[in-house]
Design a protein around this ligand. Structure first.
Ligand SMILES: Nc1ncnc2c1ncn2[C@@H]1O[C@H](COP(=O)(O)OP(=O)(O)OP(=O)(O)O)[C@@H](O)[C@H]1O
Ligand code: SF4
Ligand SMILES: [Mg+2]
Length: 385
């Protein structure tokens, strides 16, 4: 992002309001991600020796319960797609753990992952490039059945036509090619393909950002309807909060490879605690201008720093208007400051009394337990690095 620019506001898709019933979070989560990280090595020279690492994801933890939608939000390059691809096991993690339905899948071989591929599916951002232009819709949506060597009672054709109908497409268009459909319809084809094997968990990576705003709402609403109908669990990735606002039960905000705030979606919108979340929220258009009262547009200064060499301690300190000396020295740990509402900031906003002291105590404990660096000094970072 150019220096001095604002977090861009996108026009908000007019989506329906989130379902009234909340998923039950009391039992074991469907997906549990613990201290997950991906460092891409940077090599140089003839021997391709590693000289640095892109710290794309640097220790994220969250859980998703059955029937729940977790929104994963942050600016471009903060590690959202890398996180999604690690969960899907399309990319090996550098450290951390992924548990799906109680099973540790972090290091499962591709062969052992095969039966789980049915349960874990991904929707991709670009409906244009994710569909093979030389294949018919029938062949694209039927591919998962063939790959998994599955027979359906009434045959693959009927199953595909049912899926097309489910996502709001004409089943008669089975023999058409992707170029004969609009962008929104192509994303529906992608969703139909994703649903073919009745997945338990879907990671939707920017499912609507390539679409016109008028079409975005339809696709978001379709995802919600399908969730209710098929009891689906989602991780929805987006770079702006307006897309995930209505669909998400909980929202995790990422900045430079870390989660800086995670909470119930309603609480996050009503009382964001991290300055970065506040900045993202201030860019979300509010249809009723009166509702904007008290929420000034926050202009973030400077570029997002490089994940090759992220700022020490609080990674947001180079752009934060509240930064103080401690923010540059000690990493603020992710602390639960209200029920289910965690934030990583030394000076959280909208926080209950005593929050700063709570953060200071947690930071001191984290510092005390951090491994001692080779130089003999303590690291100013979380224990997961
Ligand atoms: N294969 C790779 N090798 C090296 N660096 C990579 C690789 N894949 C991603 N990165 C880097 O990791 C960081 C996180 O990338 P990622 O695609 O996960 O971000 P993102 O949040 O999905 O961004 P966007 O909103 O633009 O899609 C970026 O700096 C990116 O350049
Ligand atoms: S820890 Fe400091 S720099 Fe980081 S977000 Fe909070 S106030 Fe800003
Ligand atoms: Mg991405």
């Amino acid at each position: 992002m150019p220096a001095g620019s604002v977090v861009e506001a996108a026009a908000a898709p007019a989506v329906s309001t989130k379902k009234a019933t909340r998923p039950d979070r009391s039992g074991e989560p469907l997906l549990q991600v613990e201290n997950l990280g991906k460092h891409f090595p940077v090599t140089a020279g003839l021997l391709r020796r590693q000289v640095a690492a892109v710290k794309a994801v640097d220790g994220v933890s969250f859980s998703v319960h059955k029937g729940e939608t977790l929104g994963l939000v942050g600016e471009s390059g903060c590690g959202k797609t890398t996180t999604g691809r690690m969960i899907m096991r399309l990319l090996d993690s550098s450290f951390g753990r992924i548990t799906f339905e109680g099973q540790d899948i972090t290091k499962l071989s591709q062969q052992k992952m095969r039966p789980l591929r049915r349960d874990l599916q991904m929707i991709f951002q670009d409906p244009y490039s994710s569909l093979n232009p030389r294949q018919t819709v029938g062949s694209i949506v039927g591919a998962p059945f063939r790959l998994q060597k599955l027979q359906t009672e009434s045959g693959v054709k009927k199953a595909v036509q049912d899926l097309l109908e489910l996502v709001g497409l004409n089943p008669e268009h089975y023999n058409r090619y992707p170029h004969e459909f609009s962008g929104g319809q192509r994303q529906r084809i992608g969703i139909a393909r994703t649903l073919a094997l009745k997945p338990r968990l879907i990671v939707a990576d920017e499912p609507v950002s390539a679409l016109d705003v008028s079409i975005q709402a339809q696709v978001v609403n379709l995802l919600e309807d399908l969730q209710d109908e098929l009891d689906l669990t989602y991780v929805v990735i987006a770079h702006d909060l307006s897309v995930v606002r209505h669909i998400s039960d909980r929202i995790a905000v990422m900045y430079l490879g870390k989660i800086v705030e995670i909470s119930d979606g309603h609480d996050l919108y009503a009382a964001p605690m991290h300055p970065y979340t506040n900045a993202l929220l201030s860019a979300v258009p509010i249809p009723d201008p009166a509702g904007r009262r008290g929420r000034e547009r926050i202009r973030l200064q400077g570029d997002v720093p490089s994940p090759l060499d992220p700022p020490p301690a609080c990674r947001f300190h180079t752009r934060c208007w509240k930064a103080q000396d401690i923010c540059k020295r000690i990493e603020p740990p992710l602390v639960e400051l209200a029920p289910g509402h965690q934030t990583a900031c030394h000076f959280p906003e909208n926080a209950p009394a005593g929050a700063t002291e709570l953060v200071a105590r947690a930071a001191a404990e984290q510092e005390a337990s951090a491994p001692v660096a080779a130089s003999g000094g303590r690291r100013h970072v979380g224990k997961h690095r």
